[in-house]
Design a protein around this ligand. Sequence first.
Ligand code: UDP
Length: 240
Amino acid sequence: MSNPHKYHRILLKLSGEALMGEADYGIDPKVIGRLADEIIEVQRAGIQIGVVIGGGNIFRGAGLAAAGMDRVTGDHMGMLATVMNALAMQDAIEKRGGFARVTSAIQIHDVAEDYIRRRAIRHIEKGRIVLFAAGTGNPFFTTDSAAALRAVEIGADLLLKATKVDGVYTADPAKHSDAVRYEQLGYDKVIEHKLEVMDTAAIALCRDQQMPLRIYDMTVPGNLMRIMRGEAIGTLVCGD
Ligand code: UDP
């Protein structure tokens, strides 16, 4: 399919919390449906797309460990939570006529195929939306790191992090009225100033592999497609 847009292949990171909407836990079908619509729109515009989904709407290993559970077991539960979210997104995409595949970094053959890089790339080339589940497959990592890793592995030309704020600010805009949004930032500045963009391991991998990262507000419908058209929405983190 011809693609007049700025990007050829992207990796979108959705946090588990993005799927909850206004709820405290779980998945809001309306929210996941709208996100599925936006993802399908991008795919139909000829842009190849992979998605890494988090699990924080269900379980986080660190939270479970703080409550007394073994950390590795908690992280396994967190990774399995991402599989549930990915299955829900696969369902939402298919209900809308799109094609999706869940690939899991933890073997769980009855519900998802294993993550095999070449197979995942083949799916993406064929217009399937690949949902990368179970993070990196390793405890003590996050799905931000998984997103950076998969973006590099599949040769994405942009990593997108969908959030509830419209980019990265000099200070918390909810607390400081004079906070200013960065249009563009270097990787090292994000790390040095501990700006809450993605965790340090994810930013360091993006920096080392020169993977551009855009942080944008996914609560505004249509933002994903606007970025594909080249609009400078949110904050771009890239080389200085
Ligand atoms: N997780 C993990 N290894 C990974 C990715 C995730 O152990 O490579 C676990 C970890 O416990 C994490 C949970 O899965 O807290 C859910 O992922 P994350 O917190 O990144 O989800 P998000 O904040 O994006 O919803």
